[in-house]
Design a protein around this ligand. Structure first.
Ligand code: FES
Length: 85
């Protein structure tokens, strides 16, 4: 099975809007999923600039799916969904 790739946006907007808390994912994901899921930090994913006023930062991408207003829980839920749990 292909690894699931999680990209946590570390761009300024996302970071300021709560992305800083998402750094926990770097610890939680390997512990919970081992090598089934890869987590990486990313520069601005380009999502915050679309309709800035309605920005739903912080953003995380799980493969091609975007998690907006991301929290640790929301990201883990998306991963579980992808893994078919
Ligand atoms: S800073 Fe996160 S999408 Fe731009």
């Amino acid at each position: 099975m292909e690894k699931i790739k999680v990209q946590v946006c570390l761009g300024t907007t996302c970071f300021v809007m709560g992305g800083a808390n998402l750094q926990e994912l770097n610890d939680i994901i390997p512990r919970k999923y081992g090598d089934k899921v890869e987590v990486v930090g990313s520069n601005c994913l380009g999502l915050c600039s679309i309709q800035w006023e309605y920005s739903k930062a912080p953003y995380v991408k799980v493969d091609d799916e975007v998690v907006h207003e991301a929290t640790v829980e929301k990201v883990l839920e998306m991963i579980d969904k992808k893994l078919g749990k």
